[in-house]
Each structure stands twice: as C-alpha cells, then as structure tokens.
Design a protein around this ligand. Structure first.
Ligand SMILES: [Zn+2]
Ligand SMILES: [Zn+2]
Length: 433
C-alpha cells in the first residue's frame, strides 16, 4: 500500500472527468428519449448503431462497425496503461409499450420469422447506450485525467442471447487490444441513484427450448383412432412442474417455465402435433445439466405413455451461461463505487434469476469481468412500495410493458458508474506505488 489509497486516485480522476457531466446532461436526456422512441429488435439495431458510430467518430475513437452484424466498437488510445472494455447492449423487445410516457414508443419491427410486432425498449438497453455514450464522451474530453486504452463496445441482440457471441465469432479479439477487464451494467427495478455489485454468480443460466410433440390427428368424435397431442401436451406441462419441486434440492435455485403451448385449429379436430416453448433457469452447471436432462426425460416419457408413434423434437431457441463476476475486479469496482456514491447508495445485490450474454465477451477475449446493476425506479415510489410490501405488484420490472425508468438520477448514475469503474484501472497511479 502506498500512502495514497487507490480509490482516492480514482476519485480525483473521476471528479475531473465527471466535471463535464452537467454540460452534457441535456444532450444525454434528449438522446435517451430519441432512442426510447426508436427501439430496434435484435440484429436490426442499424439506426442506433449508426448514431453510436457517428458520435464515436466525432470524439476521436477508432471506430469499427458491423462487428457481428450491427455491433460497433470504439477504441481510444491514451498512452501507456491498462485497457478497459465497457459494454452496452442496443436491442429492444417485441412488447407494446404501455407506460403512457410522452416519449413512449409506437414503433413496430419484424422478427426473424417475418412477423411484425410492436417494439419497446422494455429492458432499458436505451439507458445502457445513452450512459455508455455519455461516458465515452467525457473520457475523450478529459484525456489529461487518465491513461491507458478505453474500448467502448455496443453489442446487438442481447435478448436473443447471441449478440455478444456474434461479435466474438466475427474476430473481435483481433480487432481490439486485449482488455485487462471487461465491465458492463444493467438498469434494474431498484431505487434510482443506487449501484449494485456482486462478487461471484450474478445472474442465472437460461436455456429456452421449443418442443414438438407428435400425436396422430383425427375426428374429435373418434379419439380411439387418434393419439391426442393436446392431452399429451397438457400432461407434459403438469409433469414438468415436478422437475424443480421433486428433483432439485430445496437449497438449490432453479426455475422451469412453460411460456407457450400451441395446438389445434378447432373444437372437433384432433391435431397432429402440439408445441411447447419452455425456459429453464439455473445458477450452476450441475443443476443446469440435471434439469435439462429431466425435461428431456419427462417429455420423451410422456410421449411414450401416450402411445405416440414418433419421438418428440427438441430445438434450442437460446442459451445463456451463468454471469459470474471476477472477485478481484468486483472488489475494485465496489471500492470505487463506495468512494464515489457513498455506502448508502453503493449496495450489493443477490444473484438475479435474469440472464445475460455479457459473459461471452470476457470469455472470448480472455479477460476477467464484472457486471453491476443501477437502479432505475423513482426512489420515493420504490421506498413507498417497499414499506407497503408491494414492490412485486407496484414496481414494473424489466420486460414489462410498463417498465419506465426515471430519466434522472438514472442516467447520471449510469454515466458516473461507468466512468468511476473504468478509472479504477485507468487513473494514473502516483509514482512508486
Ligand atoms: Zn432483457
Ligand atoms: Zn437487458
């Protein structure tokens, strides 16, 4: 240890870089509203990516576009020192916005199957893009306050789970300097102004499957001539409820949700097949493997029990690994946050059942990483619901059509968190440390 503790150095550098935030605030707020009104589905984030690339070019970043589809990377070289990667995701969701906000989205988009949907930034990725652009701008304005290399990465299709992987597969590692750390953040249903870190497992693994169950169609009046896939699907859905309740230990978290069931076209026709779409969440590889195997066993077993002639088909729709935060990197970020935000607003958070593909980036680049949350809910509204014990009912979470982060202090907090965390690596150290 030198006489000057590292977080003091970080705080000084952060104060210098963040002194420009007040002058930038209005621009960031209108940028946020613009992005919110123009959400784009995964791998279609062309308008957002175009805006990002143009801004980064103006601020002297070396910009590479179309990495893994619509991904954009900007590199700012600023002398010797560590390399820090900051990541934001850009995609929106097929959700019809019901926030009633003056800047609510009314846009639509067409998914990969050609189906048109209303589209909304229901996960808050517009917050992430805005905050990362704000941090990128402030860091480029005050290159006198830090040293090293800053990489800002805007990825496509986080919701589909394949955007980060697409950037890695498109040669990301040879297009940017190897980072010493990768950092990312997500706006969460927590009081705005708070930052939430966690060492170790932060978010769940998620596996989405489509299962086709084959029966044998026929007349509704003559079920003895058919194998009814509707009954088969119903039995399968019920039996799948026993995976977590009967096969996973009481101390191990896991979720199996059948989110979609589709079969048939009329009341007196037994259809040929039924389709289920289901999602599995788990927090460790052993449980993940075990639950997925149980799902397969039950589906296959129910088909046999119904006398189906044909084996069911399993199709993977998306796969997210566990998001695991590096202990050393998280400790460094948490200390910097505590110095910057104070102990009452720099909090820790339990493992979250949501999932993320952020981990594909550090895995593909061979560097440690940490990922934190920022609150997005008006603090008074949140505290009121907390006191009444109605947080789950009253506070819309990510993916809800009513998810509406308050603009401030959410944006300020997100920008400050990114700057503060990157400077935990990039702030110049006093000589001799
Ligand atoms: Zn999401
Ligand atoms: Zn998200």
């Amino acid at each position: 240890m030198s006489d000057t503790a590292p977080h003091d150095v970080t705080t000084d550098a952060a104060d210098a870089v963040l002194s420009g935030l007040g002058g930038l605030r209005e621009n960031l707020e209108s940028l946020y509203k613009d992005l919110h009104q123009h959400p784009e589905l995964g791998f279609q984030e062309r308008r957002t990516a175009g805006h990002v690339a143009q801004a980064l070019n103006e601020w002297d970043y070396e910009v590479t576009e179309e990495v893994g589809g619509t991904g954009v990377v900007g590199v700012l070289h600023n002398g010797d020192g560590p390399t820090v990667l900051l990541r934001a995701d850009m995609d929106a969701l097929p959700v019809r916005e019901q926030t009633g906000l003056p800047y609510a989205s009314t846009g639509t988009g067409t998914d990969a199957d050609g189906v048109e949907h209303p589209v909304m930034h229901a996960c808050g990725h517009d917050v992430h893009v805005t905050c990362l652009l704000g941090a990128a701008r402030l860091m480029s304005d005050r290159t006198d306050a830090w040293q090293g290399t800053l990489v800002v990465l805007f990825q496509p299709n986080e919701e589909g789970g394949s955007g980060a992987r697409a950037m890695v597969d498109d040669g990301l590692a040879r297009r940017i300097p190897r980072p010493d750390v990768a950092l990312g953040q997500h706006v969460l249903p927590a009081p705005a102004g708070t930052v939430l870190t966690r060492s170790g497992v932060m978010m769940a693994a998620s596996d989405s499957l489509r299962v086709t169950l084959y029966g044998r169609g026929g007349h509704g009046s003559m079920p003895e001539r058919a194998v009814d896939p509707v009954v088969l699907a119903a039995m399968t859905v019920v039996r799948l409820q026993t995976v977590v309740s009967r096969e996973v230990s009481a101390t191990t978290p896991a979720v199996v949700t059948v989110g979609s069931i589709q079969a048939g076209s009329g009341p007196n026709i037994i259809p040929d097949s039924a389709r289920l779409q289901l999602n599995v969440r788990s927090f460790d590889e052993e449980t993940r493997t075990r639950v997925l195997a149980a799902v397969r066993r039950i589906v296959t077993g129910e088909c046999a029990a119904s006398g189906a002639d044909r084996e069911p088909e399993f199709e993977t729709l998306s796969e997210f690994s566990v998001t695991e935060n590096d202990e050393e990197a998280t400790g460094r970020v948490a200390a910097a946050f505590e110095a910057a935000f104070g102990a009452d607003r720099a909090l820790t958070v339990g493992p979250l059942p949501a999932s993320e593909d952020f981990g594909e980036l550090p895995a593909g680049l061979g560097c440690p990483s940490t990922y934190w949350g920022i609150g997005g809910i008006d603090p008074d509204t949140y505290r009121k619901a907390e006191r009444a014990g109605t947080v789950h009912q009253d506070i819309p979470s990510n993916h809800s059509p009513r998810f509406a982060p308050v603009i401030q202090p959410t944006l300020d907090t997100g920008v400050r968190a990114l700057v503060t965390a990157s400077l935990a690596w990039l702030a110049p150290r006093p000589k001799g440390e």
